[in-house]
Design a protein around this ligand. Structure first.
Ligand code: MUC
Ligand code: MG
Length: 367
C-alpha cells in the first residue's frame, strides 16, 4: 500500500458562543481537514486545530507546511512505515498539529486496511470514556448555568474551569459558585493557561483549599522555573503541565525539575504515535495523565477518544472531549453523542469517521 495524495483542506465553522481563557479566545473553529488517500483507495482523515496563542501554527501555516513540505516528503511511502514517515516529518521543527493530523490519518488508514478500530490497534482497553467539559470565562451565573445544561443534557459531571484572570477573586467566585450549586455531585479542576504568577497561583489555591479541586493545570508559566517549583512544593493538589510540556524531553525536564506531577496528553498535538511515547514516559516517571482538549471539533474529539480508550492509565480521569458542543455545526456524517457523561468508541474499522461532503463543501474556505 502506498500514499497517493495528502490533502489539507481549511474550513471555518462558527462557535455558538466564544470560548475565552487566559491565553486567548475563539469565535470560529478555523481548522484544517487532513485527508490521505492510498493507491488502493483507502482514505484516512484527521483534523488539525491551529492554536497560534499556544504553538504558533495558523490555519494558513498548517496548509502551507503540508502542501509544500510534508506531502511531497511522504507521497509514495507505505502507511505501515510510520516510524520512517515520522522521521521525515520531524526533520522540520514545530508544526505539531500538522504532523499529528498526518500521523492520525495514517493510523485511520491502517485500521481500515486491517478491519480493526484504531482503539483496538493501539491497546483495546475499553470502548468508552467519561467526559469532562471545559468552562470558559464568563460570569459565575453563566458558568453554573452551562454546567447545569451539560449535566442535564449529557450527564456530564466533571468540569474543568478556566482560571488565570485578575483579580484572582473572579475565578475563585466561579469555582465557589459551582461547588455551592452542585456540592459533591461534580468533580472540579482548574486550568490557568499560564495567566497567573506563582504567587497569585499560591494565593488562589489557598483560597480554594476547601473546594476539593482534583488538580490544577498550567497556573503559571513554565519559564518561571523557580516559581513553579516553589508552587509545587506547597500545593496540596497535583499540578499538571499542558502546553508547557508537549515533547518527551520537555515532559521529563518539567517532571524531574519538580514543577508538575501530571501531564495532559492531546492527540491534536502529538498524534497517536507521539502520544503513545508520552504515555509510556509518564508511566515510567510515575506521573498521572489526563486526556486534554485542544478545543477540538468532532473529528479531533474522536481521535482523543480513540487514544484514551485504548489504555488503562488514560481512563483514570474523565477525558476532555466535549467542547465540540460549542460549535454551531460540524463535518461528521454521524455526530458524536455524549450520553450519561460518556462517549463510546464506534465499532468500525479505523477511526469510524465519515465526512459529510455537503457540509465540507459548505464550510471549506479554499474556494
Ligand atoms: C487547554 O487545556 O488549555 C486552551 C488553549 C489551548 O491551547 O488549549 C485549550 C485548552
Ligand atoms: Mg490546558
Amino acid at each position: 500500500m502506498k500514499i497517493r495524495a495528502v490533502e489539507a483542506i481549511p474550513y471555518a465553522i462558527p462557535y455558538v458562543k466564544p470560548l475565552r481563557f487566559a491565553s486567548g479566545e475563539l469565535h470560529v473553529a478555523e481548522h484544517v481537514l487532513v485527508r490521505i488517500v492510498t493507491d488502493d483507495g483507502i482514505v484516512g482523515i484527521a483534523e488539525a486545530p491551529p492554536r497560534p496563542f499556544t504553538y504558533g501554527e495558523t490555519q494558513a501555516s498548517i496548509k502551507a507546511i503540508i502542501d509544500s513540505i510534508f506531502a511531497p516528503q511522504i507521497i509514495g511511502d507505505d502507511p505501515y512505515d510510520r516510524e520512517a514517515v515520522a522521521v521525515k516529518l520531524h526533520r522540520t521543527v514545530g508544526n505539531h498539529t500538522a504532523k499529528a493530523a498526518i500521523d492520525m490519518a495514517l493510523w485511520d488508514i491502517l485500521g481500515q486496511s486491517a478491519g480493526i478500530s484504531v482503539t483496538d490497534l493501539l491497546g483495546g482497553y475499553t470502548d468508552r470514556l467519561q467526559v469532562s467539559h471545559m468552562l470558559g470565562f464568563e460570569e459565575p451565573g453563566a458558568m453554573v448555568a452551562e454546567a447545569e445544561r451539560m449535566r442535564a443534557t449529557h450527564g456530564i459531571r466533571t468540569f474543568k474551569v478556566k482560571v488565570g484572570r485578575r483579580p484572582i477573586q473572579l475565578d475563585i467566585d466561579v469555582c465557589r459558585a459551582l461547588r455551592g450549586r452542585f456540592g459533591d455531585e461534580i468533580t472540579l479542576y482548574i486550568d490557568g493557561n499560564r495567566g497567573w504568577t506563582a504567587a497569585e497561583s499560591a494565593r488562589a489555591l489557598d483560597a480554594m483549599s476547601d473546594l476539593g479541586l482534583s488538580f490544577a493545570e498550567e497556573l503559571c508559566p513554565a519559564d518561571d522555573v523557580i516559581g513553579r517549583r516553589w508552587l509545587a512544593a506547597q500545593a496540596r493538589i497535583p499540578l499538571f503541565a499542558d502546553e508547557s510540556a508537549t515533547r518527551p524531553a520537555e515532559i521529563a525536564r518539567e517532571v524531574l525539575d519538580g514543577g508538575v506531577t501530571g501531564i495532559s496528553i492531546k492527540t491534536a498535538r502529538t498524534g497517536f504515535t507521539g502520544s503513545l511515547r508520552i504515555l509510556g514516559l509518564c508511566e515510567g516517571l510515575g506521573v498521572d495523565v489526563v486526556i486534554g482538549n485542544q478545543i477540538d471539533g468532532q473529528l479531533g474529539s474522536l481521535c482523543n477518544l480513540a487514544f484514551g480508550a485504548a489504555f488503562e492509565r488514560t481512563t483514570r480521569r474523565p477525558a476532555e472531549l466535549s467542547n465540540f458542543l460549542d460549535m454551531s455545526d460540524d463535518l461528521l456524517q454521524r455526530p458524536l453523542l455524549i450520553e450519561n457523561g460518556e462517549l463510546r468508541v464506534a465499532e468500525s474499522a479505523g477511526l469510524g469517521a465519515d465526512i459529510d461532503s455537503d457540509k465540507l463543501t459548505h464550510y471549506r474556505t479554499d474556494g
